[in-house]
Design a protein around this ligand. Structure first.
Ligand SMILES: NC(=O)c1ccc[n+]([C@@H]2O[C@H](COP(=O)([O-])OP(=O)(O)OC[C@H]3O[C@@H](n4cnc5c(N)ncnc54)[C@H](OP(=O)(O)O)[C@@H]3O)[C@@H](O)[C@H]2O)c1
Length: 222
């Protein structure tokens, strides 16, 4: 699949590495240091190139947006229209403004900032270091990447990419109800916590029912 990456830093660069390893084609963009971006693409191999944010959007069937919250307006302005593109937003709402309204999720807020996009949010709950270490675990030890979005077909595509990146996808529902996967880390949320599939279903059930989620699972060394 052709994937545009806007922001190839710790999260976007790590995801690019995982997806290149799975055979996807990548076009990296958005950097204050084009030479460093070119070097990253060279390290990723012949399936990766670099360009401008609009190049990433034109190239990608899927566009990953992985920039600091405060820079998101600038990245979106440079990217241009996202009409019809499946977007994976990895951002967390640290900093700002602009910020979501009281009671509004960051996912819903960002989806509204990307009109026409087939918006999803994922890869945002775990540190880049942990994601790099945990990608590719097998069997029951596979780590969950939560996702949310209001376009079911887009989420199916993103779920496939989550598998390709070495994780297990778990769909938390629409953007309006995904607060448990958003920052900050706190009791009663999955943000910042490792989950495996066996413990994820009960979370989804609780979120759907509007109940508090079960206590955070604790795992021994993988
Ligand atoms: N780090 C984590 O553990 C983690 C975990 C989950 C989610 N997230 C979220 O994912 C998003 C990305 O985080 P990250 O840690 O990957 O960030 P990062 O390492 O700082 O990467 C951000 C990328 O955006 C580019 N960028 C930043 N400002 C720019 C500007 N003014 N003009 C052009 N390019 C610019 C950077 O390129 P240059 O530096 O080359 O300019 C870099 O490639 C954030 O919203 C964060 O909250 C982070």
């Amino acid at each position: 699949m052709k994937i545009g990456i806007i922001g190839a830093g710790r999260i976007g660069g790590g995801l690019a590495r995982q997806l290149a390893g799975a055979g996807h084609q990548l076009l990296l963009s958005f950097s204050r240091d084009r030479a460093a971006l070119d070097e990253l693409a060279i390290r990723l191999g012949p399936s990766a190139g670099t360009g401008s944010p609009p190049d990433s959007v034109a190239f990608g069937e899927v566009v990953v947006i992985s920039v600091p919250w405060s820079v998101l307006p600038q990245a979106l302005e440079q990217a241009g229209p996202l009409d019809g593109k499946i977007v994976i937003d990895t951002t967390n709402q640290f900093g700002g403004p602009p910020l979501p309204a009281e009671g509004q999720t960051a996912a819903a807020f960002n989806a509204a900032r990307m009109p026409g996009a087939r918006y999803t949010k994922s890869f945002n709950t775990l540190t880049s270091a942990f994601q790099a270490e945990a990608a590719g675990r097998t069997g029951d030890e596979r780590v969950v990447q939560w996702l949310c979005g209001d376009d079911a077909a887009a989420k199916e595509v993103v779920a496939g990419l989550i598998r390709d990146a070495g994780f297990v996808p778990v769909d938390l529902g629409g953007t309006a109800g995904c607060a448990v996967m958003e920052a900050p880390r706190r009791p009663g949320a999955v943000y910042g916590e490792e989950y495996r599939l066996a413990d994820a279903t009960a979370v989804v059930d609780a979120v759907r029912a509007g109940r508090p989620i079960p206590p955070t699972p604790r795992y021994g060394p993988a």
